[in-house]
Design a protein around this ligand. Structure first.
Ligand SMILES: NC(=O)c1ccc[n+]([C@@H]2O[C@H](COP(=O)([O-])OP(=O)(O)OC[C@H]3O[C@@H](n4cnc5c(N)ncnc54)[C@H](O)[C@@H]3O)[C@@H](O)[C@H]2O)c1
Length: 326
């Protein structure tokens, strides 16, 4: 039986991962400070005898060390996440995303636990050249724009993890999630899909930033978690970086229209200039498309859930939460 430690396990992706690990028979310890996550995300498995939840921070070295000592595998997902959250808490975000990861990696190295590190497509920054493979250049804006702090910190996390692998043979696997969506994702910190769904269910205008012609590729959380689960068991994946996503693009305007159709909403679409939605100088990319060849070759897996199916699951969940009729 694998003993897994999941940092950020009460978060959106983390809670789905915890459920999957319990299903495969792991003993799972969650470390989460419940800043953007919540205990209710673990509602379905809270009473599971193989799950224990510790409310605390990855910045607490003694706590991380104690929990890591009892783990064979660490899934490090805890992070300050979300464009709005990171803009509002720049210092705390940097501390969590840089120092917190160092604490986790150092403990894992001390106790010889394997690590799967959650990184992000944000590390590619403004590189919108087309399908991005894992070795594509990173193009980040000025340090004066705190919008890029998240990308810079996550990039540093990856470098740290690879250095631990190179120098101390700490077995690490790095995954870069592209936009991942599904039930339990919060819309509070700027995530577009939950925001649109909640606006549509309330028959409020869907606020599309910019001209809405920027595109994104959305991956369903169950697919992302399945890729993580398989990579964690794959010896050949150690020391490597993997994009996790799928390459079907949709414009943000088309996404808004689809959400309105699927919810049967009376909402309209309102275009909000970036200058009004974000602080001055905010930069965004027109496209961000993953090349997932490496993932497919390594574990013979590609996400299969379509956008409509993913949206339907999210709408179903939000309807129940908001108490709106089906
Ligand atoms: N959702 C996406 O589309 C996406 C895309 C790219 C990367 N990621 C990465 O995936 C991981 C999970 O993200 P998510 O979308 O589930 O977001 P989330 O906010 O739901 O999860 C992050 C979790 O970390 C916890 N946390 C934050 N600071 C902590 C600290 N100091 N100590 C302990 N716990 C702390 C939060 O409470 C939360 O439960 C993150 O590392 C994120 O960078 C997510």
């Amino acid at each position: 039986m694998t003993r897994a430690l999941v940092t950020g396990g009460a978060g959106f992706i983390g809670s789905h991962l915890v459920e999957a690990l319990l299903r495969q028979g792991d003993r799972v310890t969650v470390l989460d400070n419940l800043s953007t996550g919540s205990e209710s995300n673990l509602r379905a498995v809270r009473a599971h005898p193989a799950l224990s939840l510790h409310v605390g921070s990855i910045l607490d070295e003694a706590l991380v060390d104690r929990l890591t000592r009892e783990a064979d595998m660490v899934y490090h997902l805890a992070a300050a996440v979300g464009v709005q959250w990171v803009l509002q808490h720049p210092l705390e975000s940097l501390r969590t995303n840089v120092r917190g990861t160092e604490v986790v990696l150092a403990s894992a190295a001390r106790w010889r636990a394997r690590v799967l590190l959650a990184s992000t497509s944000e590390v590619y920054g403004k590189n919108d050249a087309g399908a991005l493979d894992e070795d594509a250049d990173r193009v980040l804006g000025s340090t004066r724009l705190s919008r890029w702090n998240y990308a810079a910190a996550k990039g540093l996390d990856e470098s740290l993890a690879l250095a631990y692998w190179a120098e101390q043979r700490l077995p690490v696997v790095i995954v870069r999630f592209f936009n991942t969506i599904g039930p339990r994702q919060s819309g509070r910190y700027g995530m577009v899909v939950p925001r649109f769904v909640e606006q549509a269910l309330r028959n409020e205008p869907l606020t599309v930033y910019g001209d809405g012609q920027q595109t994104r590729c959305f991956t369903y959380v169950a697919d992302a978690v399945e890729a993580v689960r398989r990579l964690a068991q794959c010896q050949a994946a150690v020391g490597e970086v993997f994009n996790i996503g799928q390459a079907r693009e949709i414009t943000i305007e088309a996404l808004a229209r689809r959400v309105i159709e699927l919810t049967g909403s009376r909402s309209e679409i309102v275009f909000v200039p970036y200058e009004q939605a974000y602080p001055a100088g905010f930069e965004d990319m027109r496209r961000r498309v993953p090349d997932c060849t490496r993932l497919r070759r390594m574990i013979d897996f590609a996400p299969s859930t379509g956008l409509d199916e993913a949206l339907a699951a999210i709408i179903h969940e939000r309807r129940a939460l908001l108490g709106t009729p089906h």
